[in-house]
Design a protein around this ligand. Structure first.
Ligand code: ATP
Ligand code: MN
Length: 149
């Protein structure tokens, strides 16, 4: 029985496709959806200079901006859920996407994780995005459904 679906999203086209798939499935199973967006600070700053060494006055506006963006696209998906009368909630956290996705899946006792094969990155040649790759390769018993781009 599927009663809780974790839906990690980065606002990409494929993630939206995954969201639509999740809503259809949730409707059939009368399941609820947890929409999760992870603010990946490391991806923005950590690749050039260590994030922890970057001054607060530089990080804060970036974080605010990323949070706003995350709330925006999580909200779009919430609307899709509302329209189809699927119970949902949005969660925005900061951290490493793979770790936060699995942590949240455990915390909410998700029966299934639904995510896209790809995300926002321009590296379209990759078979699988690194977040999805990380989620399926880490130790966990929760099934993952990957929606193709
Ligand atoms: P990469 O980031 O490895 O360069 P990519 O952006 O194409 O490539 P991923 O980031 O792995 O691929 O995205 C695949 C899926 O993972 C997305 O469709 C989305 O479901 C999920 N995802 C990616 N980033 C996040 C995030 N920051 N928060 C929540 N879910 C995410
Ligand atoms: Mn990505």
């Amino acid at each position: 029985m599927i009663s809780k679906i974790l839906l990690p999203t980065d606002g990409s086209k494929t993630a939206l496709k995954a969201a639509k798939y999740a809503v259809d499935l949730a409707k059939k199973f009368k399941a609820s959806i947890i929409i999760l967006s992870v603010i990946d600070q490391g991806a923005m700053i950590g690749q050039t200079v260590p994030a922890r060494k970057t001054a607060r006055h530089i990080i804060e506006p970036i974080e605010d901006y990323l949070k706003e963006a995350a709330e925006g696209f999580a909200g779009i998906i919430k609307k899709v859920c509302d329209e189809d009368r699927v119970k949902s909630e949005t969660v925005i956290v900061k951290g490493h996407p793979v770790e936060e996705i699995l942590k949240m899946a455990g915390r909410v006792k998700a029966d299934l994780i639904i995510m896209g094969s790809h995300g926002r990155s321009a590296l379209a040649a990759a078979i699988l995005g690194s977040v999805t790759y990380g989620v399926i390769h880490k130790e966990s018993k929760i099934p993952v459904l990957i929606v193709r781009k």
